[in-house]
Design a binder for this molecule. Structure first.
Ligand SMILES: [Zn+2]
Length: 385
């Protein structure tokens, strides 16, 4: 207990509620002198701030202490194949500054990351901060990532990035820890932080050109043994023989992904290069496009129905470019899941569109690094060093 008392006090105060010294003594069971000493250290390093504490007896308000979300700032980026979203947030995850830009990730890791650093430096200057104020960065990449080392693993859309240590390269330049994960996992983290801690079992499904799933189980992101958990794009859709780029037939991605739907629309002489064009046609009321999106939802729902039986989530959140087609996709998904899943598994199941939309990635990247820098051990270390 003794060596982590700083971090323990801070983790109690993180809910934002101010507490007095006496309350903290009671909550921790520590000696009053120990609590006072630790509070002084936390105050000195700006992790907490004095706050007025309302008391019911009508007496003089006693001094209380509250977590200071502005004590440090974090960097968050959702790096896509052709565009990126960058954000600077405080320690509550509130976005202080944000920017979206075009970027060609195929130019390789060093040019892309150098660009990222320059853009972050500009963004920080714009909101009155310097790189020295940054306590960590969360990065999402559009490909498989080994989270423990922060390296992409054979990413199909990122030539030159295989095995490149994004975490080390960026971490040594910003002078703070960097955590890296794939885009779907950070979006799942973002949706989970927005949904609140009561939603402990959540599936985030990204439906774009590819299809992937981020799994929150028991309140934590489930990455699996090698980080491949949730890769549902190549699960077979029953009854389909469509050939996939992976060499198999009937893969979910080849049947229900944005590229597959666009190809079916092109076969009907409609102009559709990708998921975004599909969404444009749906919004314009094109009945063939609407029908194809609904079918894509049903095919996706067939695969998700098995996952619902297996995993029993309380919430399925649908995001990605094709999700912008609105209710048509979700309606198809619901139809298949409620028709195929067990009643006990669907009883409390909520299937809905993403609340965060395009911000899900940066929200999750920020939350990933905030949870890391605010662990009792990390706080303890930051004060000692
Ligand atoms: Zn496949």
């Amino acid at each position: 207990m003794a060596q982590d008392t700083l971090g323990t006090l801070l983790s109690i105060l993180r809910d934002g509620q101010p507490r007095t010294r006496a309350e903290l003594v009671q909550l921790t069971g520590l000696a009053r002198s120990t609590v006072s000493q630790r509070l002084d250290a936390l105050l000195f390093h700006r992790w907490i701030v004095p706050a007025e504490h309302a008391i019911s007896s009508g007496g003089r308000p006693s001094t209380a202490f509250a977590f200071n979300p502005r004590a440090r700032i974090v960097l968050a980026v959702d790096l896509g194949v052709t565009h990126a979203r960058l954000a600077v947030t405080d320690l509550s995850g509130s976005i202080v500054a944000e920017r979206t830009c075009d970027v060609a990730i195929a130019q390789g890791p060093e040019p892309s990351l150098n660009w990222l650093l320059e853009t972050f430096t500009e963004l920080l200057a714009g909101c009155g901060h310097r790189m020295a104020d940054v306590c960590g960065a969360g990065v999402g990449l559009p490909g498989p990532v080994e989270h423990d080392t922060g390296r992409p693993v054979n990413p199909p859309l990122m030539p030159g990035w295989d095995g490149f240590s994004v975490a080390d390269w960026l971490g040594s330049r910003i002078g703070a820890p960097v955590l890296v994960d794939n885009d779907v996992n950070i979006m799942a983290l973002g949706e989970h932080s927005a949904a609140g801690p009561q939603t402990d079992h959540l599936l985030f499904t990204k439906v774009g050109t590819g299809i992937g799933c981020g799994i929150i189980s028991g309140g934590r992101l489930h990455r699996g043994a090698r980080g491949a958990a949730g890769d549902i794009g190549h699960i077979r859709v029953p009854g389909s023989e469509v050939v996939c780029h992976c060499g198999n037939t009937g893969c979910l991605e080849a049947v229900a992904g944005g590229g597959a739907v666009a190809a079916r629309l092109r076969a009907e002489e409609l102009e559709a290069a990708d998921a975004r064009d599909v969404v444009r046609l749906v919004r314009a009321g094109n009945t063939w496009a609407i029908r194809q999106v609904r079918q894509s939802g049903r095919d996706l729902g067939l695969v998700l129905a098995s996952i619902v039986n297996f995993f029993n989530p309380t919430e399925i959140v649908i995001g990605g470019d094709l999700a912008d087609a609105g209710e048509h996709l979700i309606a198809g998904i619901r139809e298949a899941i409620y028709g195929r899943s067990l009643p006990l598994a669907t009883q409390w199941l909520n299937i809905r569109a993403s609340d965060l939309g395009a911000s899900a990635g940066v929200t999750g990247a920020a939350s990933m690094i905030i949870e890391h820098v605010l662990t009792p051990e990390s706080v303890e270390q930051s004060i000692r060093s």
